[in-house]
Write a protein that binds this ligand. Structure first.
Ligand SMILES: Nc1ncnc2c1ncn2[C@@H]1O[C@H](COP(=O)(O)OP(=O)(O)OP(=O)(O)O)[C@@H](O)[C@H]1O
Ligand SMILES: [Mg+2]
Length: 246
């Protein structure tokens, strides 16, 4: 469904992606793990062209693009089929919860307000926020803000959900409620790519784990292969260090 080949990207003199290959099948839940600064967020952003690789190719079903010859029709087509959930919640402070969820439906998808409202209410129920629809972001907890962001992303019915460390800026006691929503989303069959430092969670919900290190995919495999029998020495070292900080 989604195939990235040989992605290369630098910021100034720093080579961030050094030839990344990644393929994702429909229904996959792929978790991307790896040390800080290794290019995980950048890789997710390449998919919707928020980060612009100097070379490499993307194929998203029938849509194909060579990053050396970016094409706005292809970028637009891919953006319409993906939705991203950011670490710093993607909600607008001047809009209520339901307005946040309706916004892309009305502005991007040109749905009527009535239809957008009905979809938004369904998605807010799915993330457990039916009682907060008319609240403003300043009146919400971090977990509720992130669940609003997830409802906003789900509402456009994307083919692929991209989660970038959705729980890393939350207080520890709020992490569980957001992980529960993500688990519900991924188990509903929607193809998902998740960058996370929640190793146990990644192990439980993913069918594949991708380990990125220094701008490349250094190892990938089933959760058991990656977490229980890591053969790559950098991966083994990374897992040890993650365990020691938990
Ligand atoms: N817009 C940017 N301009 C310049 N450098 C950037 C930019 N975005 C990222 N970088 C640099 O690119 C490298 C990879 O960043 P990226 O955010 O992809 O890492 P990451 O694997 O997501 O790390 P973390 O686990 O800390 O989130 C880092 O060295 C970062 O400083
Ligand atoms: Mg990151």
């Amino acid at each position: 469904m989604l195939e990235l080949k040989d992605l290369k990207l630098s910021y100034g003199n720093t080579q961030v992606l050094n030839g990344v290959d990644l393929s994702v099948n429909r229904g996959d839940v792929v978790s991307i793990i790896g040390p800080s600064g290794t290019g995980k967020t950048t890789l997710l952003k390449c998919i919707n062209y928020l980060a612009k690789p100097a070379s490499g190719t993307i194929a998203f079903d029938q849509v194909r693009m060579d990053y050396r010859k970016p094409d706005s029709t292809a970028v637009q087509a891919i953006r319409l089929r993906t939705a991203m959930v950011f670490q710093q919640f993607n909600v607008f402070k001047n809009m209520t919860v339901i307005q946040n969820v309706m916004d892309p439906l009305v502005v991007v998808q040109r749905k009527s307000k009535e239809e957008a409202r009905s979809i938004a209410l369904q998605e807010l129920e799915r993330v457990g926020l039916s009682n907060k629809v008319d609240s403003y972001p300043s009146q919400l907890s971090g977990g509720q803000l992130q669940r609003t962001g997830i409802a906003r992303a789900l509402a456009v019915k994307p083919d692929v959900m991209l989660f970038d460390e959705p729980t890393s800026s939350l207080d520890p006691e709020l992490v569980g409620e957001v992980l529960k929503v993500i688990r519900d989303v991924t188990s509903s069959g929607i193809t998902s790519l998740l960058v996370t430092h929640e190793m146990q969670f990644a192990k439980n919900i993913s069918n594949r784990i991708v380990f990125m290190d220094r701008g490349v995919v250094a190892a990938q495999g089933s959760p058991a292969e990656i977490f229980d029998t890591p053969t790559n020495p950098r991966l083994a070292q990374f897992l040890n260090s993650e365990h020691s900080i938990q």
